[in-house]
Design a binder for this molecule. Structure first.
Ligand code: NAD
Length: 485
């Protein structure tokens, strides 16, 4: 479907950007042009910040129990518009419709969490000495920004929208220029839910607008989700301007498969993890380490992988450049002596010849130094390495600079506990291929997968989106009066 040219969303209205520079939004599903997205300038950002600043006093002073009413209604609207949102998500991102439905369901769960914030942000109060009380309260920051990647056009924006806004902040969202449509629809639903104009704004664009966000003196905090390369740039730039910043980066997630693992369950989980969303999940399994003899499991992984059909139960990767990059990784591994057991290169889907598909790919006998073993591929590819011991497997996992997720497949509880302790990743799975913590548990990796303190969702996000006010209070009982007498 062809959509109207995309506009920014400022103060509750869709408005044209000040620059004539645009980019095409191409559907990875079939290569069709969906729309164009403006490359905004700092002038557009200024307008959004002015609107957000103007909305902040009234929004932040509203009791949180009133603010979350918007999110009860937003949740109902997400449910009501589930299918339409999923269709849009699938069209612009390339993931399957089923995966897009799951993405919107996750947005609903994230919003549900935000509606419980009044229960979670009660402050503390203590009589610290006779007649003297200390109390704390969580105070919103002001205007905040959220910069998001292409792989979850609705879910990643909803990692930040409900929590940051329910906690009393006003937000500038910078969607990925590759998938800018879903955010516009979310803005309409927020307005329909009763969010006052100016509390949520969208400024589209690329590096220019990200830099302007990091430099803007009236933006108090920046959250970023995307590649490690850009996470480092944004973290450095935002914090050098004395802003709070939480920047989530890329990943290289390891699954450790022990010989006692349940064969069918493990094979199904490994393949679902590496191929779900065409491998474009920061939680996707990208490397598998077989400890000891796991040949029977690898055979089953190949059987399962062959059941994954591009264009049917496997979506497209985001762009032609991505497809080329992923296929280059596979060819390099082959050249370096790895064995391609299932080959997803040179795939064309009938009737969608311009779509950018890569088939599921299983590469065995990968050496820990090969690029497919060390780098984020972000495609439906699993690189299998072999070790003799769990400690050797952990050494490979620990040596990787990323640290988003790691999983172990085993029936041995002691061994699972050992791996939980020793793996250097923020999110660990035991017999779970995609160990995304469900709400209210927070989401966030370690090492080069995250820069900044705390996590982006769940209770941990409260600390990021608020500042703590501490009051020490002494009333004067001798006066015998107070403001009510
Ligand atoms: P990306 O880093 O290319 O882009 C992310 C955002 O940064 C976009 O809004 C983009 O416009 C902007 N951007 C791009 N280049 C920039 C530059 N040089 N300077 C300033 N801003 C720039 O990431 P992507 O390709 O959209 O998304 C995929 C990446 O995101 C993967 O590495 C994936 O692992 C990661 N990711 C991580 C998580 C997590 O939770 N850790 C979640 C989702 C995606």
């Amino acid at each position: 479907m062809k959509y109207n040219a995309i506009e920014n969303y400022i103060n509750g209205q869709f408005v044209a950007a000040s620059s004539a520079r645009t980019m095409e939004v191409i559907s990875p599903v079939d290569g069709n042009l969906l729309s164009t997205v403006p490359m905004s300038t700092s002038k557009d950002l200024d307008a959004a910040v002015i609107a957000a600043k103007a909305a902040f006093p009234a929004w932040s002073k509203m009791p949180i129990k009133e603010r979350v009413q918007v999110f009860f209604r937003y949740k109902t609207l997400l449910e009501k518009n589930l299918e339409e949102l999923a269709k849009l998500c699938s069209e612009e991102n390339g993931k399957t419709y089923g995966e897009a439905i799951a993405e919107i369901e996750k947005c609903i769960e994230l919003t549900e969490f935000a509606t419980s914030l009044p229960q979670l942000i009660t402050g503390e109060l203590l009589e610290v000495s006779k007649g003297v009380e200390c109390r704390t309260e969580h105070v919103p920051l002001g205007v905040v920004a959220s910069i998001v990647p292409f792989n979850f056009p609705s879910m990643v924006p909803n990692w930040t929208i409900p929590n940051a806004i329910a906690l009393g902040n006003c937000m500038i969202m910078k969607p990925s220029e590759k998938v800018p449509l879903s955010c516009g629809r979310l803005a309409q639903l927020l307005k329909e839910a009763g969010l006052p104009d100016g509390v949520f704004n969208i400024v589209h664009g690329d590096v220019e607008i990200v830099n302007a966000i990091c430099d803007h003196p009236a933006i108090e905090a920046v959250s970023f989700v995307g590649s490690t390369k850009v996470a480092k740039i944004v973290y450095q730039r935002a914090t050098s301007n004395y802003k709070r910043c939480l920047a989530l980066g890329g990943a290289k997630n390891h699954l450790m498969v022990l010989p006692d693992a349940k064969e069918d369950m493990t094979a199904a989980n490994v393949v679902a993890s590496m191929s779900g969303c065409a491998g474009q999940r920061c939680m996707a399994a990208s490397a598998m380490i077989g400890v000891g003899n796991v040949d029977a499991i690898i055979d089953k992984i190949c059987v399962e992988a062959k059941k994954i059909i591009p264009g049917e139960n496997l979506g497209a990767v985001i762009s032609k450049e991505s497809k080329e990059r992923i296929e280059k990784y596979i060819s390099e591994a082959e050249k370096d002596g790895a064995k391609i057991l299932v080959d997803g290169r040179n795939i064309k889907v009938k009737g969608k010849e311009q779509g950018t598909y890569v088939g599921p790919t299983v590469i065995d006998f990968v050496k820990p130094t090969m690029s497919v073993a060390t780098e984020e591929i972000f495609g439906p590819v699993i690189s299998i390495m072999r070790t003799n011991t769990v400690d050797e497997a952990l050494a490979i996992e620990n040596a990787n600079p990323y640290g988003n997720a790691a999983s172990v497949f085993t029936q041995n509880g002691g061994m699972a506990r050992y791996i939980i302790d020793k793996a250097s990743a923020g999110m660990i799975g035991v017999n779970v291929g995609v160990p995304v913590p469900r709400e209210p548990f927070s989401f966030g990796g370690w090492n080069e997968s995250k820069f900044g303190v705390g996590d982006i969702t769940g209770k941990s996000s409260i600390e990021f989106w608020t500042k703590l006010k501490k009051s020490t209070i002494k009333w004067n009982p001798e006066a015998g009066v107070n403001w009510m007498s």
